[in-house]
Design a protein around this ligand. Structure first.
Ligand code: SF4
Ligand code: SF4
Length: 438
């Protein structure tokens, strides 16, 4: 794609990166076929190619973001299906991240929009705040029925639609969080490695059983696990809201925390977080104090499935259940991890089925299901219909966001891949399955 930036404009390092990305797009349009919003709407401006044009125009003209650009960028899920499809290797992730930061700096959002974004950024990354808010939300959940129903609402959602979406997503009851008492978990037998496990801000509140299962499985297989002191949210949630400064602050704090922990690898059980931690090197590339450390930490970050695959697990108690494997976008498109989790589940005795249209997002996408309930709910229904066609006993996924998004719409138990692997390795039966008397 031809671009027309001035020499002065290209002195801005961020703009120079985006210009290179823009030039790599040959506008073939292959990406449109796998873009969830284009599949739903058929509108070029809601496709990757359309968004790339809008971003190019905004940056070339050096102007503040317009309402039109904001509408179409906000509707983008950052699912990165377009990156998997693109034959020219266009790095849409870095381009849209830059566009979101520019929008945040230059666009005056309507009051309701501003308020909800401020609220999400002030609550979600902080587990104690998030947990207190969820406790109140679960008490108010019955009232959600009286709020306007998202999905049947507007394409451009009101504050009400978003509050209703939030109430719908809140669990009826919060699980107890007791796994953060200890910070170091000793391995059984000979020590084969030492890793840091990212606790994850939303995940440790919504489903602490995931990291508990990861810790059991790792330590049972000779790996010492550390929950690093002073670790924070990975920054993904605020990064996708365009709040660059806040996201970089989280990244720096984590880099310091993990550098002090002296570990072989940093393991992540929420793939949305993993994609961001693996991108710290790029995010902090111009920071003289952190660039090198950030690249080093990103190089050591692994999704839990990548690390487990290297351990050559020998499941002690294989499970003969049929599992629909839901591929989280951040895992399959963000990190290009597609077969590993399925191979691990099969080796653990599960019969694993691929979900039709598995490349299309479930609509979760960080805070997307709160900010864009109209699109998120359509994608959720589509995903669940595809899953239910398989008539599985269980659904496995590698990202808490997807698990929360899908949980409200199906009776089929949804578990993290690592919970199933721990169970097959001699760990306790996951609570969700135990409750059903499997
Ligand atoms: S597939 Fe890649 S090169 Fe083609 S239009 Fe989409 S982003 Fe551009
Ligand atoms: S990230 Fe996903 S929603 Fe956004 S343009 Fe790419 S495919 Fe479409």
């Amino acid at each position: 794609m031809q671009t027309s930036f001035t020499k002065e404009q290209l002195e801005d390092a961020d703009l120079a990166v985006s210009e290179k990305i823009l030039r790599s797009c040959v506008h073939c349009g292959f990406c449109t076929a796998t873009c969830p919003t284009y599949v739903l709407e058929g509108d070029e401006l809601d496709s990757p190619r359309g968004r790339i044009y809008l971003i190019k125009e905004m940056f070339e003209q050096g102007r503040p973001a317009s309402a039109e650009i904001v509408t179409h960028i906000d509707r983008c899920l950052s699912c990165l299906a377009c990156m998997t499809t693109c034959p020219s290797g266009v790095n849409y992730m870095h381009l849209v991240d830059h566009a979101r930061a520019h929008i945040e700096e230059t666009y005056g959002r309507p009051l309701g929009d501003r308020l909800i974004r401020m609220m999400l950024a002030a609550i979600l990354p902080y587990p104690h705040r998030f947990s207190s808010v969820l406790r109140v939300a679960s008490l108010l959940k019955p009232l959600a029925n009286f709020l306007p129903r998202p999905g049947r609402g507007r394409k451009t959602p009101s504050l009400f639609d978003r509050l209703a979406a939030m109430a719908e997503l809140a669990p009826r009851k919060l699980p107890r969080r007791d796994c953060e008492q200890a910070r170091v978990f000793a391995p059984r037998g000979e020590r084969r490695g030492r890793v840091a496990l990212l606790a994850g801000c939303a995940q440790q509140v919504l489903n602490p059983a995931i990291n508990a299962a990861a810790i059991r499985l790792l330590t049972r297989n000779g790996i010492e696990v550390v929950l690093a002191d002073d670790e924070t949210c990975c920054g993904a949630l605020v990064h996708h809201l365009g709040r660059k400064g806040q996201a970089l602050g989280f990244a720096r704090a984590n880099i310091d925390a993990w550098s002090r922990a002296h570990v072989d690898a940093i393991l992540v059980t929420a793939s949305g977080c993993g994609t961001t931690v693996k991108d710290y090197g790029f995010m902090l590339r111009d920071d003289p104090l952190y660039a090198e450390k950030a690249a080093e930490i990103s190089g050591r970050a692994r999704d839990i499935s990548e690390y487990l695959a290297e351990l050559d697990l020998q499941p002690r108690s294989p499970k003969p259940f049929t599992v629909a494997y839901h591929a989280a976008c951040s895992l399959q498109h963000g990190q290009q991890i597609t077969d590993l989790p399925k191979r691990l589940l099969k080796a653990a005795g599960f019969s694993v089925r691929d979900v039709p249209e598995g490349h299309i997002c479930c609509g979760s996408a960080g805070t997307y299901n709160i900010l864009q309930p109209f699109f998120a709910n359509r994608l959720k229904r589509r995903k669940l219909a595809n899953i239910e066609k398989l008539r599985p006993d269980l659904i496995a996924a590698g990202n808490i966001g997807c698990m929360t998004q899908l949980a409200g719409g199906t009776e089929i138990p949804i578990l993290h891949t690592v919970e199933l692997l721990d169970w097959a390795d001699g760990g306790p039966m996951p609570l969700q399955i135990a409750k059903r008397g499997a």
